[in-house]
Design a binder for this molecule. Structure first.
Ligand code: SF4
Ligand code: SF4
Ligand code: FES
Length: 363
């Protein structure tokens, strides 16, 4: 069985794998084709028509996000096809006629990026009269995390497909008909009254910022100064997350948590409700940020890590001497890393000669 073959894109040879779509093969070669409804975690929908290309032998332009590459196929993108470029210019204009624009007449920037804005900057949109779409949001949805703005929705269905194909809960769906089509729930209930798990994956996949995180409202992508990659410790899976840091009132703060892109880490672009939204504790005023020891006055006093570790070690040694190693028990957690659990086992078995070591993962 062949493991790859060659297609031609804009006159250049491009390697493709059997079953692969044209857009995926091009992506690997660094050939940019605009997309809106495409997400590599989801089955192709071919819904937005942004990625249309010319394929030799095909009368109509074809969606490269859904069109499978075949050996010897010849493809032209907007770079070499004036027909594709014309299509893109008109399509962007139509999307923009039904989208919230800024003072410069471009699709507005949002807290969760806006790929339509990026694309509009790469094309030559025609100024069309704007239409007021009668799409509605879910009035009275009091969920604490997710906000839907129908003015920014392009009905690409990435959110509903994510909710179905990845999260498998079908809390949201395309509802109503014609120009009233919107993202709704059963009976247009608030998300808390549906099967929604508040994973936030719909925010992550939304290309235009029609879905945004309520807690991060007002913080635009360009305000993010850096992203710090870390491992989520709410459970033992080891999902990777990026802590987005921005200056708020002159102070650096974690203002949202995002996942690394799909395909890069074990969680493949996904996070759960805790990983994505439960970060308020980081800057909470009650958070204990330094070790403390209860001293002779009965009160807790902040001390250095060296002093705290010495104090704990001496206390543990006294217990072992007085009552023997079997009097001691060491409990670790699935929320710690494998290395931390290994070290806990070492402390118990090698340092204190006790076999009483356990992890909540074992129960
Ligand atoms: S938060 Fe997750 S479960 Fe809820 S609607 Fe969005 S994708 Fe579906
Ligand atoms: S809310 Fe976002 S992801 Fe969902 S259909 Fe609208 S634009 Fe697409
Ligand atoms: S990205 Fe191909 S049709 Fe939307």
């Amino acid at each position: 069985m062949i493991d790859h073959f060659t297609i031609t894109v804009d006159g250049k040879p491009v390697a493709a794998k059997p079953g692969e779509t044209v857009v995926r093969a091009c992506e690997r070669e660094g050939i940019h084709i605009p997309t809106l409804c495409d997400d590599k975690r989801l089955d192709p929908a071919g819904a937005c028509r942004a990625c249309l290309v010319e394929v030799d032998g095909q009368r109509r332009l074809q969606p490269s996000c859904a069109w499978k590459a075949t050996p010897g196929q010849v493809v032209k993108t907007h770079v070499t096809s004036p027909r594709v470029q014309r299509h893109q210019d008109v399509l962007v204009s139509l999307y923009m006629a039904d989208h919230k624009l800024d003072a410069e007449g471009l699709p507005v920037e949002t807290e969760n990026r806006n790929e339509l804005r990026r694309w509009a900057l790469d094309t030559n949109p025609i100024a069309l009269e704007s239409v007021e779409a009668p799409r509605v949001a879910r009035a009275g949805d009091t969920n604490p995390y997710i906000q839907y703005n129908p003015e920014l929705c392009i009905l690409c269905a990435r959110c509903t497909r994510y909710c179905d194909e990845i999260e498998a809960v079908n809390a949201i769906t395309l509802t109503h008909r014609g120009s009233e089509t919107t993202i709704g729930t059963a009976g247009m209930r608030g998300l808390l009254e549906t099967s929604c798990e508040l994973c936030g994956g719909c925010i992550d996949t939304c290309p235009t910022g029609a879905l945004i995180e309520k807690k991060a409202i007002g913080i635009l992508p360009q305000q993010i100064e850096r992203k710090v990659r870390t491992t989520c410790n709410y459970c033992g899976v080891g999902c990777q997350m990026d802590l987005n840091v921005a200056k708020v009132d002159g102070v650096e703060k974690v203002v949202r948590v995002t996942s690394p892109p799909p395909g890069e880490t074990v969680n493949d672009g996904n996070l759960c409700i805790k990983g994505r939204f439960a970060y308020d504790f980081i800057h909470h005023k009650d958070r204990i940020t330094e070790p403390m020891i209860r001293k002779a006055d009965g009160k807790l006093h902040a001390v250095s890590w060296d002093e705290a570790l010495k104090f704990a070690a001496e206390g543990m040694k006294r217990v072992a001497q007085r009552h023997g190693p079997e009097s001691m028990g060491f409990i670790s957690s699935a929320r710690c890393t494998g290395e931390e659990n290994f070290l806990m086992s070492k402390v118990a078995r090698a340092a204190f000669k006790s076999g009483n070591v356990h992890s909540c993962a074992a129960t």
